[in-house]
Design a protein around this ligand. Structure first.
Ligand SMILES: NC(=O)c1ccc[n+]([C@@H]2O[C@H](COP(=O)([O-])OP(=O)(O)OC[C@H]3O[C@@H](n4cnc5c(N)ncnc54)[C@H](O)[C@@H]3O)[C@@H](O)[C@H]2O)c1
Ligand SMILES: C[C@@H](CO)CCC[C@@H](C)[C@H]1CC[C@H]2[C@@H]3[C@H](O)C=C4C[C@@H](O)CC[C@]4(C)[C@H]3CC[C@]12C
Length: 369
């Protein structure tokens, strides 16, 4: 992938490039990768903002396609030097069937790997997730852990199961021979809960708070810490990994990296209040207002309702047994592996990440829709 200093010559493909994270990766590449000649944005649904990117010096090619269709993926990968694979179904609410989650997240990832092999593309960066590790079904805390912290990773939910399987495929593909005789270099990034401009769940909480007269009610103990990372920093990590993968193939190939920055360790709800507070919302209660057993009962009721209503309507509330367990289990990361391996330092401070997210929530700024 050696690029000459004068003429940009690299072709990048970003799958899922119109999603929450994908959009930030696309914009970050255009800002921070001077060697870029063409940027292919591949997504099931193409966003209108892509049009405005087409007027810049880098050729931006929008490709409407489906990662579950091997031939569409192969056509998009053909001639690309680097693939950043962020496409995936993110669903822990029962909105999407387990079959579809598996098809997109696992089969889709396999298609991307095979396309790289077939087309001679050597560098593959995969967006994995903290959920590949945990929280596990036993609700055991993962406190300031790193990539080597022992933890019993046992999943039952289709989303973490699919992400774990996809990550394994990507790591196992490292070192495979690609067309032309060279080898594939892969690695996986594991963001914790991503926040920032375009974060729909944050917006859902904001709207819910507005509906409840500017209040949200504490459901999770403040002592349970939940790892969060700013979307701009996650995007920056992807760009850096993609850039460094060739020079540091022996070190980085087949590796996993948690995504981290200076965002504070807080409970899921207290962290959200860093943004929702300045937007006028209040979190009521210093302790959970409902006892835990009642919340568990409510989640069971939601599960039953979801099942009963399925033939008529999709009922998929934020609260279900899995999301309650996630919110109630400490999962935080403390590592410097990305700094050691490829010189990562967060591009956005906590203050800037917070300010940008607040402005977006208030509808005053921000690139994401
Ligand atoms: N949001 C988070 O907190 C978080 C945390 C850790 C990891 N991740 C991972 O990051 C990646 C991006 O997540 P996100 O939050 O931006 O989700 P998102 O839903 O906003 O983006 C996913 C994108 O993939 C596209 N896509 C879905 N199915 C596709 C298919 N069959 N073919 C082509 N494109 C398809 C969607 O249209 C969407 O644009 C996912 O792989 C997810 O597992 C997300
Ligand atoms: C008890 C509720 C009352 O306030 C709070 C429920 C919060 C949940 C909806 C969220 C708690 C943890 C979130 C997940 C976590 O941040 C990490 C994730 C990994 C990523 O790969 C996808 C998103 C998610 C599963 C994220 C989804 C929302 C939560 C379960």
């Amino acid at each position: 992938m050696a690029a000459c200093a004068e003429a940009p010559e690299l072709v990048y493909l970003v799958t899922g490039g119109c999603g929450f994270l994908g959009e930030h990766v696309v914009r970050m590449l255009l800002e921070q990768e001077p060697r870029l000649r063409e940027l292919r944005v591949f997504d099931l649904r193409l966003s209108p903002w892509l049009e405005e990117l087409k007027t810049g010096p880098v050729q931006v090619t929008a490709i409407q396609g489906d990662v579950t269709q091997a031939h569409e993926v192969a056509a998009a990968v053909s001639g690309a030097h680097v693939v950043i694979h962020t496409a995936g179904v993110v669903d822990v609410f029962g909105r999407v069937s387990p079959e579809t989650i598996y098809k997109v997240n696992v089969q889709g990832t396999q298609n991307v790997i095979e396309a790289c092999v077939q087309m001679g593309t050597r560098f593959l960066v995969h967006t994995s997730s903290m959920e590949v590790v945990g929280p596990n079904i036993k609700g055991q805390p993962f406190h300031r852990g790193d990539e080597d912290t022992p933890y019993e990773a046992v999943h039952k939910h289709p989303y973490p199961q699919s992400k774990a399987q996809a990550e394994r495929l990507v790591l196992e593909a490292n070192g495979r021979e690609v067309r032309g005789g060279l080898t594939l270099v892969t690695c996986a990034l594991r963001p914790t809960g991503i926040y920032g401009e375009g974060h729909q769940i944050m917006r859902d909480f904001y709207r819910q708070g507005l509906r409840l007269g500017g209040r949200l009610f504490r459901a999770v103990p403040a002592s349970v810490e939940h790892g969060r990372v700013y979307v701009g920093n996650v995007a920056w990590m992807h760009v850096l990994v993609a850039r460094e993968l060739e020079q540091r193939a022996a070190l980085m190939g087949g590796q996993v990296y948690f995504c981290y920055d200076q965002s504070p360790y807080k409970s899921y709800e207290d962290f959200n209040m860093e943004f929702l507070g300045p937007c006028g919302l209040r979190l009521v209660g210093t302790r959970p207002l409902l006892p835990h057993w009642l919340l568990v009962l409510l989640t069971a009721l939601n599960t039953l309702l979801q099942w009963l209503l399925r033939p008529l309507v999709l009922y998929a509330p934020l609260l279900n047994p899995y999301t309650l367990a996630m919110a109630n289990t400490t999962f935080t990361v403390s590592t410097n592996k990305a700094q050691r391996h490829f010189g990562y330092k967060p591009l956005f401070s906590w203050e800037v990440s917070r300010a940008r997210t607040i402005l977006w929530l208030q509808g005053k700024e921000g690139s994401a829709q």
